[in-house]
Design a protein around this ligand. Sequence first.
Ligand SMILES: Nc1ncnc2c1ncn2[C@@H]1O[C@H](COP(=O)(O)OP(=O)(O)OP(=O)(O)O)[C@@H](O)[C@H]1O
Length: 252
Amino acid sequence: MKELTEFPQVKTECALALEELQFAYPQQPSILDCINLTIQPGERVGLIGPNGAGKTTLFLSICGILKANAGNIFVFGEAVKAGTFNPNIGLVFQNPEDQLFCPTVWEDVAFGPENLQLSPLQVKHQVQKALEITETSHLANCVPHHLSGGQKCMVAIATILAMQPQIILYDEPSANLDLYARRRLIDFLKQSQQTSIISSHDLELILEVCDRAILLNQGQIIADGCCREVMGNQALMAEHRLEKPHSLFHPH
Ligand SMILES: Nc1ncnc2c1ncn2[C@@H]1O[C@H](COP(=O)(O)OP(=O)(O)OP(=O)(O)O)[C@@H](O)[C@H]1O
């Protein structure tokens, strides 16, 4: 009988598995170079790295918007096919304006579940639930582009939640938020149930929300571990154009 270790890794247990993922934009050097990564169900993982490290590119590859040049992506054991919409993975774009295009908030949030061919009753239920979780029910009849930055951010998250994905990728969710909106976002992320990967330059947010941090730079995973260990390593952070967060110098 074969030893268990001879079998390929059992991917069904992982929420996300990346195997030797490689990606380059046309006529460009590799942006992602042989990325191997597994994320377990329910984990909240921070993705950090300097400008241009490839964080957005990684997200776009994971959800199949970009086609990897090589390697595999599995979401709950199922291979991601580039160019095919996978409702199991939700991407909250860096700019909520890219996500909101309908005349009302309700229609924007309903857009996803409607396109999943759910019944009108189910669509209504999922929209209501997504608006409730993000505390945006009172905005349902508003015009999305009239909302404040913080409101747009939470509504953009609602458009994703309404499709009930198992994994949510948040690209710079706190960019341009004031302190109050950022706090609401942090509270929301801390109680969220989905497996989440949060890309951010707001390292204090990552520290509060995530247990694990992945440092990406020049196409490689440089470090992967407990937030405090990765971000508390001043030399490592500086080497990759990042700063050790203030709260790690003066822990409460
Ligand atoms: N469509 C594109 N065509 C060619 N190069 C691109 C394209 N999009 C991004 N790039 C390049 O890929 C590299 C990685 O960009 P990416 O946006 O993934 O980085 P990032 O880590 O998300 O950066 P930031 O923190 O500034 O948002 C950058 O050098 C960028 O210029």
